[in-house]
Write a protein that binds this ligand. Structure first.
Ligand code: UDP
Length: 234
């Protein structure tokens, strides 16, 4: 169904059952799912958050300068990105870590044409350090890189199996949507991605699928076009 995808994983997803940091078994499980998809010749770009380690907003609530906190958050995404890269490489996959902040000892700088070329050659490209700017999130980084890479879709892997009318973990009457337009999601006040990311996707016609990444096999099924999760389109 899709030839080139951008997978967005939150940092919190990497915690698994832990309260902080990275759960290695969860990381390896994600890497295995990504390998299964890669084996079908889909081109894969990945953006990982850093919320399991550091968030600038929370640091600012505690009195830290927001910009300082946000840069720390961006560094946290690099730690997660490096961990996922290592996990993918253990499975024999070719990867490239590309950073929005220059760190030449550990990652390539972001150069659009070079990143596209990696994808064309079948390398898994992990985009670290978000957008490289404070006051953004990794959802926005995912939207931006998906547009720049001309990805067919953003796959937002979460713990929940789609977008619901209310929080399904709190409200038993919450109903799941299979399809939504960006306008419907906005009018209903649904939380798909933060507004910056949401608007970027809407204006550039990049569909988003929110799905449960913790169920084995789902990632591949979503890309094959199975109706899993919620599809948001223009
Ligand atoms: N961040 C940033 N600019 C970006 C991306 C991320 O400043 O372009 C910082 C911000 O402080 C954010 C943190 O990095 O809170 C971690 O990213 P995010 O909260 O998006 O991670 P997730 O919620 O996906 O785990």
């Amino acid at each position: 169904m899709y030839k080139r995808i951008l997978l967005k994983l939150s940092g919190e997803a990497l915690m698994g059952e832990k309260q902080f940091g990275i759960d290695n078994s969860r990381l390896d499980a994600y890497a295995a799912e990504i390998k299964d998809l890669h084996d079908t010749n889909v081109e894969i770009a990945i953006v990982i958050g850093g919320g399991n380690i550091f968030r600038g907003v929370q640091a600012a609530d505690g009195g830290m300068d927001r910009t300082q906190g946000d840069y720390m958050g961006m560094l946290a995404t690099m730690i997660n990105s490096m961990a996922l890269q290592a996990s993918l490489e253990k499975l024999g996959l070719y990867t490239r870590l590309v950073s929005a902040i220059e760190m030449k000892e550990i990652a390539e700088p972001y150069i659009k044409r070079r990143a596209v070329r990696h994808l064309e050659k079948g390398r898994i490209v992990i985009f670290g350090a978000g957008t490289g700017n404070p006051y953004f999130t990794t959802d926005s980084a995912a939207a931006l890189r998906a547009i720049e890479m001309d990805a067919d879709v953003i796959l937002k892997g979460t713990r929940v199996d789609g977008i619901y009318s209310a929080d399904p973990e709190k409200d038993p009457n919450a109903v799941k949507f299979e399809n939504l337009t960006f306008d419907e999601a906005y009018n209903k006040g649904l939380n798909v991605m933060d507004m910056t990311a949401f608007t970027l996707c809407k204006e550039n016609d990049v569909p988003i699928i929110v799905f449960d990444m913790n169920t084995s096999g789902n990632l591949k099924k979503v890309v094959e076009g199975e109706k899993i999760g919620t599809l948001v389109t223009v």
